[in-house]
Design a protein around this ligand. Structure first.
Ligand code: 13P
Length: 321
């Protein structure tokens, strides 16, 4: 088990079957080690550096790679509980102007407090900017004072919703089961879900990050179908890196993203794993975005603090150029 997890984490998960000698791959069975986890293809460790190097050079040279270029590159902002309505509209309009003058090379989404959604969605309608909520209810409708349903989010013109953010898990006690229900309702109402996963510092220090993230995926997402998964974007956000200024190294991010992609392959198949976008979040800024995004399994970022200033957010978006 330890070798299996390490192998996937360290090396980067490999999907390009044609590059593998038959004798170099074997299929690992369904693994259980106190938590639900997934079926993965395991490579001989000796072969892994070569595979990882091939993938990396493909990506950084921007060579067309039919496997990795089919998934979307995305930079999404999460405004959290910042900016009043007027400030939010000003920021949305600034970003709209900046991206009209200099088109992005990736998808761009801004996720705002509920009260901003309708006006921000109006302001950026017809542009490259997508709009999302930061949460939605786990109930369809009815007497749930203060809640906002997925259908209500969708009716504002928003197309995305962030679910499973560590701040919701930590401060509002959101469980895997509750999140599964929120995801179900969001998808049923035509929203794309940005689903967050990530370990806390103690879990990383104990070397349990793969176990924790694997469980978060399995417990909330593994009951959906591969079709439904097409409307889910994953965001790996190590909790110790959120708002702390302490970014995961690009190697730590790549290790985890490769592991996550392996989990998706095991449950939903290799095609689904190749197609799903996995964003990194946690103190991502213009100065480190390029290095993070150069990793083959990092498909963009979910940005907190740096999404609150147009120049910083644009700087991160430009890391895809
Ligand atoms: P920071 O970019 O402020 O660290 O926040 C990351 C985050 O939580 C995005 O959802």
């Amino acid at each position: 088990m330890a070798m299996w997890v390490q192998g996937v984490g360290r090396s980067g998960y490999r999907l390009l079957r044609r590059q593998m000698q038959p004798k170099q791959s074997k299929t690992a069975g369904m693994q259980r080690c106190g938590y639900r986890i997934c079926l993965l293809r395991v490579l001989r460790l000796a072969d892994l550096p070569t595979f990882a190097a091939n993938r990396e050079s493909n990506h950084s040279n921007q060579t067309i790679n039919p496997q990795t270029d089919m998934r979307k590159k995305i930079v999404a902002g999460n405004w959290k509980m910042n900016l009043n309505l007027q400030e939010g509209l000003t920021l949305a309009n600034e970003l709209k102007a900046a991206l009209a003058a200099d088109a992005p090379a990736c998808d761009v989404v801004i996720c705002t407090p509920f009260i901003h959604l309708a006006k921000v969605a109006d302001a950026v309608a017809g542009t490259v900017i997508g709009v999302g909520a930061e949460n939605c209810a786990d109930k369809e409708k009815g007497a749930y004072t203060g809640e906002v349903s997925a259908a209500q989010v969708k009716s504002t013109g928003a197309d995305y919703v962030i679910l499973g953010h560590s701040e919701r898990r930590q401060y509002y006690g959101e469980t895997a089961e509750l999140l599964k229900e929120k995801v179900r309702l969001a998808l049923a109402n035509g929203l794309k879900v940005i689903f967050c996963i990530g370990e806390v510092l103690e879990e990383r220090e104990a070397g349990r990050q793969n176990e924790v993230v694997g469980s978060q995926l399995a417990d909330s997402l593994f009951d959906f179908t591969a079709d439904e998964l097409q409307n889910i974007i994953l965001a790996y956000e190590p909790v110790w890196a959120i708002g702390t200024g302490k970014t995961a190294t690009s190697e730590q991010a790549e290790d985890m993203h490769a592991f996550i992609r392996g989990c998706i392959a095991g449950r939903f198949g290799e095609q689904a794993a190749e197609n799903i976008s996995i964003l990194y979040g946690g103190s991502c800024k213009p100065s480190n975005a390029r290095e993070l995004f150069a990793k083959p399994d990092v498909d963009g970022g979910l940005i907190g603090g740096a999404s609150l200033k147009c120049a910083d957010f644009k700087g991160i978006i430009d890391a895809w150029k």
